[in-house]
Ligand binder design. Structure first.
Ligand code: UDP
Ligand code: MG
Length: 321
């Protein structure tokens, strides 16, 4: 296959997806064969500990459309997507989850919009099937909080399932920040953007690879990457508390001097102390989140480490970094 002529690159990040990956491949192949144009399926293995790599490697052997980028360990979903973009050769790049929650057929709608001239086509989830109330509720709160905290127009209820034009991909590759929140970066870049609506399916098989811990750090990454309002809120809280405390101090002095009534109450002192100490620690934590991210950026380590790539006939280690 003439690699220079690849029209579409489909990026599939995978972490322990042995139960679904063959189906995902088949569904993607079916859809992409329909386009009658050259495409590549870029599977990025994000340090899976199961048979994901073996399965994709086998597919790679007989299907020249398929490529495998194998990380040296788990670097995270957002980094896997970014690696895919570094390797993608297509004029249009699509990111899709490995678990078939995003129906591959929607890619055809995205391509149609791209052909109309849009440079970013994101998928907006109308419904999310088979996900827990907790996940849906936290997602809802998160996307709306994010929107209210940032000046970037990040659309609500959209994930990383989207198509971007080569131009957008190139800009994205130039953004080297380590704590990546890809969907926010795409919005930040701009260009002509539109959406297609779709219903999010149930995971085809297996369990979510986003436990609560990863969800929280993903959310914090999203907010800190696009806003320093939490720092402002910290100082507002500080000012308000100092000011009210000062007023209360005046009241206490007044009572002591002029009314002679001193207030008893060990319990209330301890309660107020604990409350204030808690608030101070929380505010320090917010500052810490930002400092940690500055630290991450300053180390200048590579975003990811590739063990091997497969499916490129020539220059296999061309991009390895
Ligand atoms: N994923 C990944 N690295 C991780 C966690 C997840 O590459 O550390 C991939 C995963 O294989 C899937 C996608 O990211 O293709 C989304 O994960 P998942 O479906 O588990 O998240 P959910 O849909 O439950 O939010
Ligand atoms: Mg999923």
């Amino acid at each position: 296959m003439n690699q220079a002529a690849v029209k579409y690159s489909i990026i599939v990040p995978m972490y322990n997806e042995e139960e679904v990956i063959e189906h995902t491949y088949e569904r993607l192949k079916l859809v992409m064969d329909n386009t009658n144009e050259h495409y590549e399926l870029l599977f990025v293995n994000d340090g899976s500990k199961d048979r994901t790599v073996e399965l994709v490697s086998m597919i790679c052997e007989f299907d020249p459309h398929v490529r495998l980028i194998n990380f040296s360990r788990n670097f995270g979903h957002q980094i896997a997507i970014s690696a895919g973009m570094d390797y993608a050769q297509g004029d249009a790049i699509v990111v899709i989850d490995a678990d078939l929650q995003d129906p591959p057929e929607v890619i055809l709608d995205m391509i149609a919009k791209w052909k109309e001239g849009y440079e970013v086509v994101y998928g907006k989830r109308l419904k999310r099937k088979g996900e827990t109330m907790f996940k849906k509720l936290t997602a809802k709160i998160f996307y709306r909080t994010l929107r209210s905290l940032t000046n970037v127009d990040i659309p609500v209820d959209t994930g990383d399932f989207r198509l971007i034009d080569r131009k957008v991909g190139n800009v994205l590759r130039g953004l080297k920040e380590k704590n990546r929140f890809v969907r926010g970066l795409v919005s930040w870049i701009g260009f002509r953007q539109t959406m297609v609506e779709y219903e999010r399916e149930e995971r085809f098989a297996g369990e979510t690879k986003y436990p609560l811990k990863k969800m929280i750090s993903f959310a914090i990454d999203g907010i800190t990457s696009f806003s320093y309002k939490p720092l402002k809120i910290a100082s507002y809280v500080g000012f308000t508390l100092s000011f009210t405390s000062f007023l209360y101090l005046l009241v206490v002095i007044f009572q002591r001097l002029f009314t002679g009534s001193t207030i008893t109450g060990w319990a209330s002192i301890v309660a107020v102390n604990l409350l204030f100490n808690g608030i101070i620690l929380m505010l320090l934590g917010i500052i810490g989140e930002y400092i940690g991210r500055i630290y991450d950026e300053s180390k200048n380590r590579p975003l990811y480490i590739v063990r091997e790539v497969q499916g490129y006939q020539e220059n296999a280690d061309r991009h390895a970094q």
